[in-house]
Design a protein around this ligand. Structure first.
Ligand code: CO
Length: 138
């Protein structure tokens, strides 16, 4: 039930192509997976760094959560994602501690993983995503 790892740190960006190129030039990291997640209104690019990832997130339209985030705050840290083996157990644990869940039930996120978001008010102002991973970390 405890987080197994940091799955990714997500950064909201205005222009995904430009950000992917810049991260490649600055840090020498390459895109491992890039995909449109229409349900969340984003296109995301996962850059592998060690056993974890930086996720660059660009809105598909201004009137989406990430679009509004960029409008209010500009580019920057959007959320931190914890990898868990059993997302239902993790949600149940958080619920039992009084955490404020954005998603009561898991939904499907990027890479086909089951995910759920926890409200920033429960994590010192940081939006937290739970990502269910296989035991081997895939
Ligand atoms: Co994420």
């Amino acid at each position: 039930m405890l987080p197994y790892n940091i799955d990714h740190v997500a950064i909201a960006v205005a222009d995904l192509d430009e950000a992917v190129q810049r991260f490649g030039e600055l840090y020498g990291v390459a895109v491992q997976r890039r995909e449109v997640v229409a349900e969340q209104g984003v296109e995301e690019a996962m850059l592998a760094i060690g056993g974890s990832h930086v996720q660059l997130l660009a809105p598909l339209a201004p009137d989406t959560p990430v679009g509004r985030f960029l409008d209010r705050r500009g580019e920057g840290l959007h959320h931190v994602a914890f990898a868990v083996f059993d997302i239902e157990a993790a949600l149940e644990h958080l619920r039992s501690t009084g955490a404020r869940l954005i998603d009561d039930e898991p939904r499907i996120g990027g890479g086909g993983h089951r995910i759920a978001f926890v409200h920033p008010s429960s994590f010192s102002g940081t939006l937290i995503e739970l990502v269910e991973v296989e035991v081997d970390g895939a």
